[in-house]
Ligand binder design. Sequence first.
Ligand code: BES
Ligand code: MN
Ligand code: ZN
Length: 524
Amino acid sequence: MTITCTVASQPIGKVKADLVAVPVFAKRVLGPGAGEVDRALGGALARFMNKAGFEGKPGETLMVPVAGMGAKTALLVGVGARDEVSAATLRRAGASIARRATSAASVATTVASAASASVAPEAAAYALAEGTALGAYQYLAFKTKGEPTKLRRVMLVGDGGSGGGKAVTAALARARVVTDAVAWARDIVNEPSLTKSPADFAASAKRLLAGKGVTVTVLTESQIRAQKMGGVIGVGQGSERPPRFVKVVYAPPGGKARGTLALVGKGVTFDTGGISIKPADGMEAMKTDMGGAAAALGAMSTLEALGVRHRVVSYTPMVENMPSGNAIRPGDVLRMRDGQTVEVLNTDAEGRLILADELAWAVDEKPDAIVDLATLTGACVVALGEKVAGLMGNDDSWSAQVQAAADRAGEPMWHLPLPDDYRKNLESEVADLRNISNNRYGGALTAGLFLEAFVDDRPWVHLDIAGPARASADDGELARGGTGFGVRTLVELARTFEPPQPKKSRTKKSGTKKKPTTTKAARR
Ligand code: BES
Ligand code: MN
Ligand code: ZN
């Protein structure tokens, strides 16, 4: 159900489509093209809106029949106050159109022109195209009686369309690449774990990335062991289905990379909790515990098509966290890839164990900056809710760069601290670290602090996406289930990457204060 967005050369009254979608501002102020709809209704539009209680608020829609236009039906799309229309409004409007237009194969729309005062034509076209593709997403793989949307084609009319020329066409192509990657991530997150073993996930990643200008390496269990990834082996050993590790390298053509960006993603294909087993209620959601890896891999699939000029390397461990006679137990100690030892006091805090190995591997290869994405803690969902990711890091300028990319991409994130004071909560009696805090509060932060112990002071950002990786209801550009959260931010980050200042010349600031040297002394 991919949707093709094009630029229409005809005006909204003439263009042939199953549906025309026009914007209406707050207080029922008609936007571009809505006047034609009013004329086609013989001036009855105000009465229609009134009767239906349609006010022009963002996300509101109203279907009206029309005569004498190229389409038989018009869709009014609320976009809110005229001077507040942003790219985010257009993305949301696009999603509303796609959700309402499920029985129309083609839609012609002037909605992208609603922001002509504040958003450049190509940015408007991008946002609208992205919104329609995201809003049209459905997961019907197991619905034998599902009703797939008929929507296939969206035609942009007006200055969000023809006015922008080449830049608009390029923006539409870019939106298509990105939304295809998001759709892949959503599909694989939604896939039930029965058919999503670590090997299945790795195979799916290989299929996605074939012909995408990247090098893919898949490590099997024995190769993972040979790499001393004690975290991945430990977490994976309770499952009948052995772990995989997928490394993907994108090098820009011509060998002229400006810096290397490393992406690390948590790929737990199902998280039962292991021996520290989770309650039955809601456990099904843990099929989505690989959303971080899905986002990283989805982003990797876009880099060549988008002409990214930096090296980007992704590291995604894939494991199933199961209880069994072979599973790790509370009290066991694992030796991670960088030599640090971890006392496992709760086998359900498994994400950080596999990420520790991947972060250590990434660090070995000396990237300029690292971002990890992980559905890591329920505590982060308690703190920030289901829609906002927690952002933590050891370098304020790198954190700001990631936050800015997320803002542009329209994925909400909030900066959380890594307080020095909480580091001691991770001290173990028998090993270098324990995998859970000895204090019940601030679980998102202590998870972040645990990861920080493996990044060796390299510029690093941790995104806890436990909330936004999944949506509990259709809403705007999100569809119930896997959201593909993170793909858009990572793509934007890869496109605009500025390697942070190297260590020596930068003034080190972390979420709070300077890091004590004592944690370091315990290493290796
Ligand atoms: N995958 C979970 C985190 C999670 C919770 C993701 C809810 C999405 C929604 C993670 O592996 C986990 O189990 N974390 C524990 C950590 C605890 C044992 C310290 C948690 O958050 O309860
Ligand atoms: Mn867990
Ligand atoms: Zn987990």
